[in-house]
Ligand binder design. Structure first.
Ligand code: P6P
Length: 337
């Protein structure tokens, strides 16, 4: 039941039956994410005022400087998920390995694992550009009652039970899917409530925005170069508009509303692209497909890729279906047989 402006809490209760294995645990999981998102939003919004921006002096598993807000956001989501006794394991961009949560009696009865990028685009924090949180939720595959294992995290994206993102932008939004469409909730910071502002989000079938870091052009394979030139030529509905914020969540969110394609392809500098399969590409691909869009690595559906490592990277093309299919046509021309 979709009623515009209903609160997130009302929405979850009214749509409880849609959640896989609707034992209420997934609802409580989504509720815990909305609480953590509010807390992180508060810190993100005052980052310029207190000394929690800027590198913390350590680097994460990706070798990227850890901004203090990265560390803070990671801790807040872990704390909230652990306190609510809902998940049996968490993997994060900010942690080399996953963590196991034994549950209140140490009996490992919790059924869900969460994979997240707690603060994506964090290099934008100290220049006041929007950032985001991305999360992906699976039901564990190992027996309930035993400690969670790596295989509980290395599941293909088509097994996700829920996925979503928070965009800390001009307004703060939580956008998520449980496999029954995509709904966007806007935070009213004065009341601390999330309101259903964007029910049943759908990509326009095509669009005229392309989002890629063109500074990497010389390093792209010929198929990507040809597609970029296709976007730029004066023909049919082109040239398209180039929009690239450098924050996946923001570029994705704008393109889902206006129509467009985001791509972070393979290059000679980054043979597997930059984005991580498990906690960036899979959740965004689940949302994209639920909103009528498409997501691939240029050849293969993202959600069908069998993961091999927790932090593995994949090339990523995501957006309006017709635009992704056109990009794939150019990629196919040069595919080594
Ligand atoms: P580049 C942020 O670090 C991120 O993971 C995405 O949010 C963003 O789209 C991309 O990397 C930007 O990478 O190499 O273009 O600066």
């Amino acid at each position: 039941m979709i009623k515009k402006n209903q609160t997130l809490g009302e929405f979850i209760i009214e749509n409880q039956s849609e959640f896989a294995y609707s034992s209420g645990e997934l609802s409580r999981l989504i509720n815990s994410i909305r609480l953590a998102a509010k807390v992180v939003n508060h810190e993100v919004n005052k980052a310029g005022l207190v000394d929690i921006t800027g590198p913390v002096g350590e680097t994460n598993v990706q070798g990227e400087d850890q901004q203090k807000l990265d560390v803070y956001a990671n801790e807040k989501f872990i704390q909230t998920l652990t306190n609510r006794q809902i998940v049996c394991g968490i993997a994060s961009e900010e942690m080399d390995d996953y963590i196991t949560i034994a549950g209140k009696d140490g009996d490992h009865q919790n059924k869900y694992v969460v994979l997240m990028d707690p603060l994506d685009g964090s290099s934008n924090i100290d220049v006041n550009v929007s950032v985001g949180t991305i999360f992906s939720i699976y039901r564990r595959v190992t027996p309930v009652g035993t400690p969670v294992q790596l295989e509980d995290f290395l599941q293909p994206g088509n097994k996700q039970v829920a996925a979503g993102y928070v965009v800390y932008g001009t307004s703060t939004m939580l956008v998520y899917t449980t496999g029954h469409g995509v709904n966007g909730f806007t935070l009213n910071p004065a009341l601390g409530s999330w309101y259903l502002s964007h029910p049943c989000m759908q990509y326009p079938e095509s669009g005229n925005i392309y989002s890629v870091n063109e500074g990497n052009y010389v390093h792209f394979p010929q198929g990507v170069k040809d597609y970029i030139k296709y976007c730029q030529e004066e023909k049919e509905d082109r040239p398209y508009t180039s929009r690239y914020i450098g924050s996946l969540v923001s570029d994705f969110h704008r393109n889902m509303i206006k129509g467009g394609i985001y791509f972070y392809p393979t290059s000679s500098k980054a043979p597997n692209g930059k984005l991580r399969l498990l906690y960036e590409c899979n959740p965004m691909a689940f949302i994209a497909e639920q909103a009528g869009g498409k997501a691939s690595d240029g050849y293969t559906r993202i959600l069908d890729i069998e993961p091999t490592e927790l932090h593995q990277r994949v090339p990523f093309f995501c957006g309006s279906k017709k635009m992704v299919e056109k990009a794939e046509e150019f990629m196919a021309k040069y595919r080594e047989q």
